[in-house]
Design a protein around this ligand. Structure first.
Ligand code: GLU
Length: 557
């Protein structure tokens, strides 16, 4: 075993990195401490452009955003494109496009600019190599010339011996090459990677406090992990440690699939002499598999709603999706939101100790519910305007109808909006067309009672008589209802369900049955917002046309 002295290590470093002109101090000065107020969090979203963006990615970026925002900190977008083999075409544009589209906007980073760039890891190779050069001098890194075959045969041997798989200790054969041996291999143009010369001892334990998961214990890291690949580019492990140091990240919020790499990352921070950021490992979004019944991570392949595009296409408002992500982020958010009529996400204080530790399962009902609450708090005009933006892209025909019927549609969307319990029927923009299809003749005539799922045939004569001879659309709601009660009584119906229930033989039905007949004939469904408001907006002529339409419908039944 040969141990190089400091001079030899310096020579080795120069030999391996002849093009590296700067030293660490240059970068330490170039990227000074940020001037932020106490407690400001610097977070970063570090996506790899290896596929399309899914809900889990959005969730992670959302967390980065809210923690930075609420503490007057910075939220950085750093593209981690070190794995060129797995990179997909348009991967980077897709990431920036989706973040913009979902209003998850970094303060700094790739395409956003800032003083701590470049924010594309592939443009930072020189920085990584500068620090690795220094690690060589310190004796914490070395060139490893092992071939793929040699590594595979070591693995085989380890499998047979049932020992830990990897390059470490006895198996790290190039750890202690002499300078002469290295020179010879370099002269022979042997390919090499740079490995960490791990100072760890797996018999010792380290303790780490994660902001979400709390105290965790691990054996010390003792593998000679690759730091720089054959082409001189870094592995994720090295790159993120250097970047988070130089960008002054205070909180690394990332998926908990990285927990197992934490001992390595801790060791890298130590040997590089960097202060460590606070790690916060977030639980993945899970789902109960409909086929197997087991809980699994969401999958873009199997779960339609897992892809970010889905939300835009079905018309889930960005703000409502943020509300849903907030409910996943902090277990106390949903209750807070439901109990605070006039508050927005910005008013809520997120905290890591309210973040779920295990997987959070995707809950469609919860998403729907939160979307309904979102819509219920918007005025008819706001819903109209937002829906217009959606239809412009996804439903051109309906878009045209909406524009032509602006005032009327706003009136419909405003029904049952005042009061303590505003209407909660819409959970996405595409619902407006479905829920209010009776609002416009163009849609209703096409729909033609398809939504009616009962089997009753309503009394057309009774309804016609009421509409033609009794209906007064100038009344207010209460007077209207007392008048329809009178009409009911005159025609042998009870004036309330209770009265009817107590004496069924004496009545044909009760006032509610007449309202039901009107509702079905006018709207084509048994449930709708306030009937009299609908009638007022539609007007008598349209109502009479609907009765005629209904006549034709039952004649064809
Ligand atoms: N590039 C890593 C990934 O896409 C990022 C992990 C991190 O945030 O540090 O999983």
């Amino acid at each position: 075993m040969v141990i190089m002295d400091i001079n030899e290590r310096k020579q080795l470093a120069d030999l391996l990195f002849p093009n590296i002109k700067h030293n660490r101090d240059y970068y330490e000065q170039k990227y000074p401490e940020r001037k932020l107020k106490d407690g400001a969090m610097v977070t970063r979203y570090g996506p790899s452009p290896t596929g399309s963006v899914h809900l889990g990615n959005l969730f992670s970026a959302f967390c980065d955003m809210v923690y930075a925002k609420q503490s007057d900190g910075k939220f950085i977008l750093r593209i981690e494109d070190t794995d060129q083999k797995r990179a997909v075409a348009d991967g980077i544009d897709n990431i920036t496009g989706v973040l913009k589209g979902f209003n998850i906007l970094p303060n700094e980073g790739y395409t956003y600019g800032g003083e701590y760039g470049p924010y594309l890891q592939s443009e930072r190779t020189e920085i990584y190599q500068t620090y690795v050069k220094d690690l060589i001098v310190q004796g914490y890194a070395y060139p490893c010339f092992m071939t793929e075959e040699e590594i595979a045969s070591i693995k085989e041997e380890q499998e047979i011996n049932k020992t830990k798989i990897g390059i470490y200790g006895y198996y790290a054969v190039d750890r202690d090459l002499s300078l002469e041996e290295v020179k010879e291999k370099l002269n022979n143009k042997e390919e090499y990677v740079i490995r960490l010369k791990s100072p760890g001892n797996a018999k010792k334990e380290i303790e780490i406090i994660d902001a979400i998961k709390g105290k965790m214990k691990f054996p010390e890291y003792d593998m000679d992990m690759v730091l720089l690949k054959k082409d001189g580019t870094p592995t994720y492990h090295l790159a993120h440690v250097i970047d988070d140091h130089l960008m002054h990240t205070t909180h690394v919020i990332r998926g908990d699939e990285w927990v197992s790499s934490l001992p390595l990352h801790i060791q890298l921070f130590e040997i590089l002499g960097f202060n460590r950021p606070q790690y916060a490992h977030i639980a993945p979004i899970t789902i109960k598999d409909s086929e197997t019944g087991t809980i699994r991570k969401i999958s873009k392949r199997k779960d339609l709603w897992a892809g970010a595009k889905y939300y835009e296409e079905v018309g889930i408002p960005i703000e409502a999706l943020h509300l849903y992500l907030a409910t996943i982020a902090n277990t106390n958010f949903e209750e807070w939101y439901l109990n605070n009529q006039n508050k927005k996400i910005e008013d809520f204080e997120f905290s890591f100790n309210k973040q779920a530790i295990g997987g959070t399962s995707f809950d469609e009902a919860k998403l729907n519910n939160i979307c309904k609450t979102y819509f219920s708090r918007k005025s008819g005009e706001e819903v109209y305007n937002e829906t217009l933006k959606y239809t412009e892209k996804f439903d051109k025909e309906y878009h045209k109808l909406l524009i032509e019927n602006k005032e009327k549609m706003i009136k419909f969307l405003n029904i049952e909006k005042d009061g303590d319990r505003p209407r909660k029927d819409i959970s996405k923009y595409s619902d407006v067309k479905e829920e209010f299809s009776y609002a416009l003749d163009e849609l209703f005539i096409q729909e033609n009672y398809q939504k009616y799922d009962g089997d009753k045939i309503y009394d057309i004569n009774l309804v016609t008589d009421y509409i033609e001879n009794y209906l007064n659309l100038d009344l207010n709601n209460e007077t209207w209802f007392s008048e329809i009660k009178e009409f009911a009584v005159k025609n042998g119906y009870a004036s309330s369900p209770k009265e009817y229930k107590n004496n069924k033989e004496s009545f044909k039905g009760h006032v509610g049955d007449i309202c039901e007949a009107l509702r079905v004939i006018i709207t084509g469904r048994t449930k709708s917002p306030d009937l009299f408001s609908i009638m007022k907006i539609l007007g008598k002529e349209t109502i009479i046309n609907r009765i005629n339409l209904y006549k034709k419908y039952i004649n064809n039944c």
